[in-house]
Design a protein around this ligand. Structure first.
Ligand SMILES: [Mn+2]
Length: 380
């Protein structure tokens, strides 16, 4: 089955009333989350390219955090209950998981970050905490109890275990049990504590990209320096200073204003498109696309975007793929627009928009592993 998700309310109403503001529980809005299973997830956590964590603990603790990659023995010695395995960016490594992201077009593609998947035994939890990002927590298997608390900030008291940044005495304001297909949306900063009610509890967590203003400034400055502007500060309207020894606020303002003027629209576009098209896991392309799995879920699909390929378009219609700029001819744009708008493509969708320029570029991207034709050679 192909992973799907549909908001329980109109997209604009969700954005206006809930996005970045307050939690929302949606019942029976996701399906096709049956793959990966627990064995596949623990298998991923053995891989050195995969960022994974194993957390044990419950109630008041003690809590313990281990980072992957793990080996089989780490799993063999686990207790029966009260542990959770978290695997980051599963969408990069299992292309079929990335298909879920096609159902988030109520947000710009650049705003998506990755899909983390957690696999917990009964009682398993990462403890009471808050995240700095929006998250959609989608129950794939088993039941998970979510305790929801207040909005937190950097002053919220934490427990002494600084590795996990757990909240001290989290006040529970709401409590929900989510079963398969149920989704909890949480804005940044809301305290939450999810506890597995079953021995085989799997939760997908769709996270979002929120670059810090400081990072954005750094990238804008890098791009401006690369573009080699060589204008100098000017001050033709200078008046005699009251205090020649000091740097005055009016001069700070003028210097800063002239610095920002160096950030032309072209520099802004390049810096931001590059930053926002960078993949969440650069090594993900090393993982093969599971052709059989995707073809079984989507029999009419001909082409698929690799889960580790991030593709966005800029306002000139140019493509930015995994941090690299691809200027496009007009003839190539319809195909690349289709490629950027979804992750799985049928012949009927591709054929009308494919012309020589676009096909050449697509061939190059297939060669590099960014896209793959689905291989039906294993069909009976
Ligand atoms: Mn969380």
């Amino acid at each position: 089955m192909r992973p799907t998700f549909k908001l329980a309310l109109p997209a604009q109403q969700f954005l206006t009333e809930y996005w970045q503001k307050k939690p929302l529980v949606m019942r029976q809005v996701a399906s096709g989350l049956d793959h990966p299973d627990a064995d596949t997830l623990s298998g991923l956590s053995l891989e050195s390219d995969v960022d994974s964590r194993l957390i044990t603990g419950h109630g008041d603790g003690p809590w313990n955090l281990q980072h992957g990659p793990f080996d089989e023995n780490d799993f063999r010695v686990l207790p029966r209950e009260n542990w959770t395995l978290l695997v980051q960016s599963v969408d990069c490594f299992l292309t079929e998981v990335s298909m879920l992201l096609d159902h988030f077009s109520f947000l710009p593609a650049w705003r998506l970050e990755d899909i983390m998947i957690s696999y917990a035994s009964r009682g398993g939890s990462v403890g009471p905490h808050f995240d700095r990002y929006d998250v959609f927590l989608m129950q794939a298997k088993g039941q998970r109890r979510w305790k929801i608390g207040d909005h937190c900030d950097p002053h919220t008291p934490l427990q002494e275990n600084d590795q996990l940044k757990l909240i001290n005495n989290m006040k529970v304001r709401d409590e929900y049990v989510l079963g398969p297909g149920d989704v909890l949306y949480l804005p940044p900063g809301v305290a939450h504590w999810g506890i597995a009610e079953d021995s085989d509890c799997i939760t997908w967590s769709v996270g979002f990209r929120a670059p810090s203003p400081v990072d954005i400034l750094g990238r804008l400055a890098d791009q401006a320096a690369e573009s080699g502007g060589d204008t100098l500060f000017t001050d033709p309207d200078r008046t005699v200073p009251s205090d020649a020894a000091s740097l005055q606020p009016a001069d700070i303002e003028a210097l800063t204003r002239q610095a920002f003027r160096a950030l032309t629209p072209d520099i802004q576009r390049r810096a931001l498109a590059e930053l926002l098209s960078e993949p969440s896991c650069p090594s993900g392309l090393d993982f093969d696309v599971d052709h059989d799995h995707i073809a079984a879920a989507s029999p009419d699909a001909l082409l698929v975007r690799h889960g580790a390929t991030r593709l966005i378009l800029d306002d000139q219609g140019d493509a930015w793929l995994n941090g690299n700029h691809w200027p496009l001819t007009e003839a190539a744009k319809p195909l690349i627009r289709l490629l950027a708008g979804q992750r799985l493509y049928t012949e009927a969708e591709l054929q009308p928009v494919t012309h020589d320029d676009g096909q050449d570029l697509l061939d190059e991207w297939i060669e590099a592993g960014y896209f793959a034709y689905l291989d039906f050679s294993t069909d009976e």
